[in-house]
Design a protein around this ligand. Structure first.
Ligand code: SF4
Length: 126
């Protein structure tokens, strides 16, 4: 298994199926270490959303570090900056990209507030 460090976005999907991939994370950075192995390579290639994994053989471990993205409301780190850039590039232009600055909890809170406002508006028309 070989990792293309230019394509890897630090999403951790591969670590969910291989114990040879380890993660360490704090509020600022996420580090992923890929240890050389051949097990599950086909499944790892299928799992990776960016095509960063190939079946080429390597003999050395590699560690990649990614800066974490903080929620613009609560300040919690919730993804790597490269994950967010990857998603932003895939989104249709009509989608509000400001949602990508929010963690999942703050997105849900925003949706609840929006629904509540709509309910109040509808009741006010009656
Ligand atoms: S699944 Fe792919 S992009 Fe995500 S951390 Fe693993 S190698 Fe990187």
């Amino acid at each position: 298994m070989k990792i293309d460090e230019k394509k890897c976005i630090g999403c951790r999907a591969c670590s969910a199926i291989s114990s040879s991939i380890s993660i360490s994370e704090d509020a600022e950075m996420r580090s992923i270490t890929f240890h050389p192995h051949e097990d599950l390579t086909d499944r790892l290639i299928e799992t990776c959303p960016t095509g960063a994994i190939s079946s080429a053989l390597t003999t050395e471990s590699i560690t990649l570090a990614f800066r974490m993205k903080r929620c613009s409301i609560c300040g919690e780190p919730f993804a790597t900056e490269r994950e967010i850039e990857h998603v932003a590039a895939l989104m249709p232009a009509r989608f509000q990209k400001s949602w990508l600055d929010l963690c999942p909890n703050c997105r849900r809170d925003g949706q609840r507030r929006s629904h509540a406002r709509q309910c109040i508006l509808v009741r006010g028309r009656r």
